[in-house]
Design a protein around this ligand. Structure first.
Ligand code: ZN
Length: 179
């Protein structure tokens, strides 16, 4: 059996456990693992390596469900733990500051971190189209699209498959909102 497949399956199981009570903010409260599986799937379709696909499953474990960096190192090694840490917002900062920091840090992202950030944004845009957060109006959705674009356009050498995915879903979403 391919080691990469075993690793990705192990990351999927770890993420499912860690996020078991975690839901998206849409009316149906979609299980959070759907977002993680989507990010991993986007990375796989874009030809990314197994560690990066595993990090797709794990990318919100530090930020959202308090898994420590050390636990990730123990279970998955420094490469994967480092990828997750590099896409983790500093939660000691206020929301506005965290969002601004993502824009500022985008230019320094390595190609693999850039791919992970991009896949995350793509998945969030799909969610905004198909299962938007409960209570969000068009203005709030537009604000997210605009912020995501500021991050994405600063990412150095983004993966071309992911960039095409991003442009497609962004275009569809803007069209749906009426241009
Ligand atoms: Zn995410």
């Amino acid at each position: 059996m391919d080691e990469g497949i075993r690793l990705v399956v192990r990351a999927a199981e770890f993420a499912a456990r860690a996020h078991c009570r975690h839901r998206r903010k849409d009316v149906d409260q979609t299980p959070y693992i759907n977002h993680l599986a989507h990010v991993a799937h986007l990375l796989a379709e874009a030809g990314c390596d197994a560690n990066l696909i595993a990090a797709g499953y794990l990318h919100d474990t530090i930020e959202d469900v308090r898994v420590s960096y050390e636990t990730l190192v123990e279970n998955f090694g420094e490469d994967i733990a480092g990828l997750v840490r590099d896409v983790t917002d500093d939660k000691s900062q206020r929301w506005q500051r965290r969002k601004q920091a993502q824009i500022e840090h985008a230019t320094a992202a390595s190609p693999r971190v850039a791919a992970l950030k991009l896949a995350d944004k793509i998945s969030n845009l799909y969610s905004l189209r198909d299962t938007p957060p409960h209570g969000w109006d068009a203005a709030e959705i537009r604000k997210y699209i605009e912020w995501a674009h500021q991050v994405v356009t600063r990412l150095p050498s983004p993966n071309p498959v992911l960039l095409a995915d991003y442009q497609t879903i962004r275009g569809e979403l803007i069209e749906r909102l009426g241009g």
